[in-house]
Design a binder for this molecule. Structure first.
Ligand SMILES: *Cc1c(COP(=O)(O)O)cnc(C)c1O
Length: 376
């Protein structure tokens, strides 16, 4: 059997262990510590966001963002349907209802036109949504100008789910810094990893300070343990943050490598009948966290994304269908949804190809050869 080719595996840079060693030598094993401060500074500097809080997961960051925006039981929150479940789960943690909105075809992210229709309809039904969660899927920036315009018109705050988009730019600005709050993820499969972790970023220092407070069990300022808020254990540890500091040193290289993967796939596969790629709209730079293709069986002579996935699996090559939209998920079957058919079609025809920044050229060649074979 060939050595397994993963969809997206961790890729250490080299300096991570130095930071972790430092933490061991100074016995900063406990949560918080100099690496956490350093990592937060690195993130703020890189994204241009004035403030960042390092947390245990992107999901935790999103949960805290919703709490900061006062999302409570019985509220509604608008959420991109085409995404990973972690974008929507924190809405349910708050006892609120997710209202799903379908995608547009240019970026595969939340459709601003449908978003406005959804807002009008929710207001007509008696409830104004408390927040909007657009996602920059696979690193491709959403149509933020249009989304922010709709959000401003109805005065609804935007929380950007930039978990997949660290290193992506929208009109020169980092994804995650355009809305009121943004979240990042450093899970094992993301563009950089702390083995597990996330961050909340924003330009309001009081909000980020409050997030740090809530994330450390909401301990009030007193010699004993005094609490006026429900707290969470959501902080990042000083060990994980050490890994993060090392990863930040190689982030630009990781973006370059992921974009190289995408360019290679385009070069080799764009001429194959039925295969198409999502291009960057003017003004957007995607980190190409995952390289994706659409496969149209009517044009490919019958080859579907599933034919390709199974053929690659036989060669020990991992690929995966695009995210299954949240409005199609059994767990959210009761949630309101505004759909236009785009995300359902993407799920049917879309495939994520191996995209790690550590893929070798030989591995890329083998992936492409195994795909092209299906057209022989
Ligand atoms: C990975 C991911 C998250 C969650 O991040 P974790 O750090 O794994 O909790 C949220 N949203 C999207 C779109 C993701 O891909």
């Amino acid at each position: 059997m060939n050595e397994k080719i993963w969809l997206s595996s961790p890729h250490m840079g080299g300096q991570e262990l130095e930071y972790v060693k430092e933490a061991f030598q100074s016995n900063w094993i406990a949560p918080l510590g100099p690496n956490v401060d350093g990592f937060e500074n690195d993130l703020a500097k890189y994204t241009g966001s004035p403030f960042a809080a390092a947390l245990s997961a992107g999901t935790a960051a999103l949960h805290l963002a919703l709490i900061l925006l006062d999302v409570k039981s019985g509220d509604e929150v608008l959420c991109q349907s085409m995404t990973f479940s972690a974008s929507a789960n924190p809405i349910a943690y708050q006892g609120a209802t997710p209202v799903f909105v379908d995608s547009e075809k240019d970026t595969w992210n939340i459709d601003p036109v449908l978003l406005e229709e959804a807002i009008k309809d929710r207001i007509a039904k008696g409830k104004k949504p408390k927040a909007i969660i657009p996602v920059h899927l696979y690193g491709m920036p959403a149509k933020m100008a249009e989304i922010l315009a709709v959000a401003a018109k109805y005065e609804i705050p935007v929380v950007e789910d930039a978990a997949e988009a660290l290193g992506s730019l929208y009109q020169g600005k980092a994804c995650g810094t355009l809305g009121e709050l943004g979240i990042l993820s450093f899970n094992g499969n993301k563009i950089i990893t702390t083995s597990g972790g996330g961050a909340l970023i924003g330009s309001n220092g009081d909000q980020i300070k409050k997030a740090r407070f809530l994330a450390t069990q909401a301990r009030d300022n007193a010699p004993h343990y005094e609490h006026t808020h429900i707290g969470f254990n959501y902080r990042m540890s000083n060990i994980c943050a050490g890994i993060g500091r090392g990863q930040m040193q190689v982030l630009d290289d990781r973006v370059e490598k992921r974009r190289r993967n995408f360019d290679y796939y385009v070069k080799e596969l764009a001429g194959v009948p039925g295969i198409s790629f999502l291009q960057e709209p003017e003004g957007s730079v995607s980190n190409r966290w995952l390289s994706t293709i659409l496969v149209n069986p009517k044009e490919s002579g019958g080859v579907s994304r599933e034919t390709i996935r199974l053929a690659l699996e036989k060669e020990n090559i991992e690929s995966r269908p695009l995210w299954k939209p949240m409005h199609m998920q059994p767990v959210f079957s009761g949630a309101p949804a505004y759909v236009n058919g785009v995300s359902e079609k993407l799920f049917e025809d879309g495939l994520c190809l191996p995209s790690g920044s550590n893929l070798t050229i030989q591995q890329l060649e083998s992936i492409v050869a195994n795909i092209k074979k299906l057209w022989d």
